[in-house]
Design a protein. Structure first.
Length: 648
């Protein structure tokens, strides 16, 4: 295969996502970035292969399945669909979706493991180290967190020792360093390249690649009490998916053109372990590993406990798919950390999308309709340079995976087109249509604007496919913009096209209404979280001491025929038995109450309830909504303490 053909092949992968995770904005971002790059390369005429998938083995899956009483396979068969569903909603154009529990993957993992074992690059030894059970990884002392905790999840580490197979990766380190020295774009961006190089120049140890403590994984060929280490297993998906075993021709076509996009937290696996494995296997190394940053939310780290995890399904529902895709790629310089905020998203929708792009389309279509009956004038009327070098600049930015810069270039172009309207003042020309010079000038302006919009639709297509299609339809163009090629674009091709009626592309969001709705929603959520605390006035310790409370046991509970809320309780204090009426009928059956130990207020003045004298009150905690208890739990002493003991 000659080099030119090979240059027109583009294979891109997302990491395979851990199937037990709930899909969040981080997953959405990586996958949208890969999708945009795939769509862009397709429009550049490349043979693109875009792979994503799920990582389905490991300790956590095994534990989660046990808890649910199902097999791990049944569990992953169900939950991997969360990701497939999200990719559908996000309009992801992946060509393949690989699961590590698929036979096509398992066979390749075992074949590679065996090959490395046969050639002596995998050997048996003993591994001892600080292990993080949830992360399924040994943590070297140098990177442990405070008090021997996991640097990734912060949990305490366990000392573990087991028989293990090791991969002799250290042997290939000099070769890898040499490769990166010659291939500066082997790791992108540069800050990650430097990080990897300094790691490689330190001490790189052989990797433990099997476990005996784990059941849910791929067995080591010929030694079934060992299961292949999850990372070793997972990385191989990239090669398995393009036919490493089954289709050598296909593998040879796509493999040398592979780019891995990953979060910056997993670059060591992708830029050190994986290339060392490939070197040992005698396979070409990835063209690039591209590492992006992390998302914070409104300036804070995203975490489940803070409750600020951004749900991509919800964002698409609230703001639309294309604005969400646009925002993620435009807002943050690729490779850096980004901050997600709905306010910033709304800002982008109103300015970039509604104002700049939406208005350009609207104004142009309306002028075409009123001045030329909706037909784009002939190209013979000439062309003004709105284009500039947008195509070259976008291409240069995309080569660096700088999505934000590519979009800035596109929006500069859209800005020039808007400015062109202001400068040429077509509404003025339209009033002078008995002058042939003005007729020609107006023709030219309308043709140029149409062409600018046709190109704008193509340029936004990789990021906002649906928007491109809507623009295409409104411009009255045939076919699908996503199937067009940038190289075949020529200025003036659209002459004679009959445009359609202008429709609003992106409705403006009224900021005041949006803020109001947002505050109301926030208030509602907070009320749901913590029921409004009503506080009593301060009391003195003497007041508290005046309340006599003792440990008691409910002997039996009886219904009171006339009451929906009350039970008649017989309560044993050890030194005496009392009758107490208690409003807890909605929450317990008499059987549940019999024998329960409670705290009883014993010196309350007796009251008559439903004709029964009540001598005391039992303590309970409740969640109240509108003054009514919605859930309730009895307060009980911990441990064994004699009935009648005083509570203070
Ligand atoms: Zn951990």
């Amino acid at each position: 295969m000659d080099n030119r053909t090979r240059d027109k092949v583009f294979y891109i992968t997302t990491p395979i996502y851990y199937v037990n995770d709930i899909p969040h904005i981080g997953h959405a971002y990586t996958t949208i970035a890969c999708d945009t790059m795939s769509r862009y390369k397709r429009m550049k005429g490349f043979d693109v292969h875009f792979l994503t998938g799920t990582d389905e083995h490991g300790q956590k899956i095994q534990a989660a399945a046990e808890k649910q009483g199902i097999t791990p396979q049944a569990l992953v068969d169900r939950i991997h669909l969360n990701f497939k569903e999200l990719w559908k909603v996000l309009n992801i154009s992946n060509d393949d979706f690989i699961r590590t529990t698929e036979d096509r993957h398992i066979r390749v993992v075992q074949a590679m493991f065996k090959k490395l074992m046969d050639q002596g690059d995998i050997y048996k030894g003993t591994y001892e180290g600080h292990y993080c059970v949830p992360c399924e990884t040994y943590v070297p002392e140098s990177s442990m967190g405070p008090n021997q905790t996991c640097p990734d999840c912060g949990r305490p580490l366990t000392m573990m020792k087991e028989e293990s197979y090791f991969f002799r990766g250290s042997k290939y380190v000099p070769q890898l360093i040499e490769y990166y020295e010659k291939n500066l774009s082997g790791v992108m961006p540069r800050i990650r390249y430097n990080e990897i190089m300094s790691f490689l120049r330190g001490e790189v140890r052989d990797q433990s690649v099997s476990r005996t403590t784990l059941k849910w994984g791929i067995p080591v060929p010929g030694d079934e009490k060992h299961v292949i280490y999850v990372w070793f297993d997972a990385l191989i998906n990239y090669a398995a998916a393009v036919g490493y075993l089954d289709n050598p021709e296909r593998f040879q076509r796509y493999w040398p053109a592979v780019r891995h996009m990953v979060g910056k937290d997993i670059i060591r696996f992708h830029c050190v372990i994986w290339p060392l494995m490939l070197l040992a296997l005698g396979l070409p190394l990835p063209r690039s590993v591209i590492a992006h940053g992390w998302w914070t939310v409104d300036g804070e780290k995203m975490s489940k406990s803070k409750g600020n995890v951004v749900d991509p399904f919800k964002m698409v529902k609230d703001y639309g798919l294309d604005p969400f895709r646009y925002f993620l790629l435009r807002e943050v310089p690729f490779g850096s950390d980004g901050d997600f905020s709905e306010a910033a998203l709304v800002g982008r929708i109103n300015s970039d999308l509604a104002n700049d792009l939406g208005n350009l389309l609207n104004r142009t279509l309306q002028m075409s309709e009123s001045y030329r009956g909706g037909v784009v004038p002939a190209a013979g009327s000439g062309y003004d340079d709105i284009l500039g070098s947008v195509l070259e600049n976008v291409d240069a930015a995309m080569e660096r995976f700088a999505f934000d810069e590519a979009l800035k270039e596109v929006w500069a172009f859209i800005g020039r087109a808007n400015k062109y309207i202001d400068e040429t003042m077509p509404w003025k020309l339209a009033k002078e249509q008995d002058d042939p010079a003005s007729v020609a000038a107006l023709d030219k302006v309308l043709m140029n604007l149409f062409e600018a919009l046709r190109l704008a639709a193509l340029l936004v297509a990789p990021v906002m496919p649906q928007t491109a299609q809507r623009m295409w339809a409104q411009l009255g163009l045939e076919g699908d913009p996503l199937r067009e090629l940038y190289d075949s674009f020529h200025w003036g091709m659209g002459s004679g096209t009959r445009v359609r009626k202008a429709e609003v592309l992106f409705p403006r969001i009224d900021i005041r209404e949006w803020q109001k709705a947002r505050e109301e929603k926030k208030k509602m959520e907070e009320e749901k979280k913590a029921p409004a605390a009503e506080h009593e006035p301060e009391i003195a310790i003497e007041d508290f001491k005046a309340v006599e409370m003792r440990v008691a046991r409910i002997v039996k509970a009886e219904e009171i025929p006339k009451s929906r809320k009350l039970y008649k309780l017989e309560v044993d204090l050890g030194y005496e038995t009392r009758t107490v009426c208690s409003g807890i009928k909605a929450f317990f059956t008499p059987e549940e109450l019999a024998g329960k130990r409670v705290i009883l207020v014993t010196n309350l003045k007796p009251v008559k309830l439903c004709g029964i004298e009540s001598n005391g009150m039992i303590l309970a905690a409740s969640v109240k909504v509108d003054g009514n208890a919605e859930s309730l739990t009895l307060v009980a002493p911990e441990g064994d303490i004699p009935l009648g003991s005083r509570v203070s």
